[in-house]
Design a protein around this ligand. Sequence first.
Ligand SMILES: [Zn+2]
Length: 180
Amino acid sequence: MISRVVLRRCIRCGAKAVKPRTGPGRTTRYRMMPCLPIPNELPIPACGRCRSEYLDETTSSVLVTQLHAAFLDDLRVRVRLATDILSQYISLRKLELRVGISQGYLSRLRAGVGNPSPELVAHLALLCHDPLIRLRELEQFWALPATEWPPLPPRMPRCDLSIRGSRPRASGGLHDRTHQ
Ligand SMILES: [Zn+2]
């Protein structure tokens, strides 16, 4: 039996060119990632002319499942690259101690066992930007008393503070401190 794909009309551009489409180069926002690649083989109804996508309920539920798998894969790749970089500066055991995770956890993640949390991946990523300095800062951070660690807030350029000529209100934010 031959299954015919029925083309539907695109409500955005008017072309009768909407059908399930696959292929590379498609991305979507997923949690904190603005451009998570959509698996190439996953069909999503889309317009052949303007590329608008039309997600129905079935496609959406399949998409969510597959995107979550792609998201976890992505995190595993990131954690592996981060530990590759950081292990040139510190042993994984010391790193585990310094970021407060259980011994052996990074080795297991590096071996592809388990799923790292986005929070851990984010921490490791920040440490990778100048590992020597960041790792030393983290060591000092834990060595300081709980109330004495916050660094001084960065100076904000004046022009960024006023909107449409109005004066900025006094900030009650975390980093608002009086210098003496
Ligand atoms: Zn269209």
